[in-house]
Design a binder for this molecule. Sequence first.
Ligand code: GDP
Ligand code: MG
Length: 297
Amino acid sequence: MKSGFIGIIGRPNVGKSTLLNAILGEKIAITTDKPQTTRNSIRGIYTKRNGDDDDCQMIFIDTPGIHKPRNKLGSIMTDMALNTFKEVDVVLFLVDDELSAGPGDKYIVELLKNIETPVFLIINKIDKLDPEKYRRIYEEYNELGVFDEIIGASALSGKNVDALLAKLKSRLVEGPMYFPEDMVTDHPERFIVSEIIREKVLLYLDEEVPHGVAIELESYKEEPSITKIGAVIYCERKSHKGIIIGKEGKKLKGIGKSARLEIEGLLGTKVFLELWVKVKENWRDSDFILNSFGYRK
Ligand code: GDP
Ligand code: MG
């Protein structure tokens, strides 16, 4: 069996989580149209096992979007991504625009020049790129001579995802099966539950609030016919708390309902979900609080 680790890297919103979901065929990484949705490295496990030469296991790590750090959380996120580059067998670098379009991709390319791991460039969202634009993106990146493969794909429609998997497989070497065949992610369900809640908060909120939101599960009780979950939504400002709760609690109710429905789908049981909103000022700049939310250097 061939096996190995693959890091998915790219600017926020370029489609990393969507690609991971397309590969795994199950929703494990949350996706929204707001940047910085993915904060932790989520591992997805793709296993093909028929007892022939084709057998393989690929473990995908969906890293947080890289950008020039502006605060402590930003720099922890970038560090996590950098360590991922060095430890994996292949790096997938996703783009959806020309290199000259903005500073974000240039910053990543500079980082990639200094690692020895093979890097595949994925030009994503080809479903909405016209051929001329695609050609410009391709040529600009190709000239750099940094990439081992350049593949155009659409994570959303699944186009070329199989071709990508085949190319990845050709880079892996014989290795152990790290995880059982039926395991799609090594993250516990509870983590995915808190990510679903965070996704709904982001979807329901105005632009200024989302980055300062974290979820902490306070209670999680599995009973025979229902799972009871209590979660705290932390935000940075008192005014944000009001926005999250909304008029007569309407917004929070909407967040709770859509999160509950999706969690019920994930767990396959009825769910009772209780949400609270609390303010923790500047939590993104505090080591103590970052640790208690599970972010570590
Ligand atoms: P991430 O921040 O890199 O993980 O990006 P997401 O996977 O969360 O995707 C960000 C947004 O881009 C979502 O609205 C996706 O539906 C959209 N998106 C991702 N891949 C594609 C694609 O191949 N084509 C199109 N048209 N949209 C995509
Ligand atoms: Mg993501």
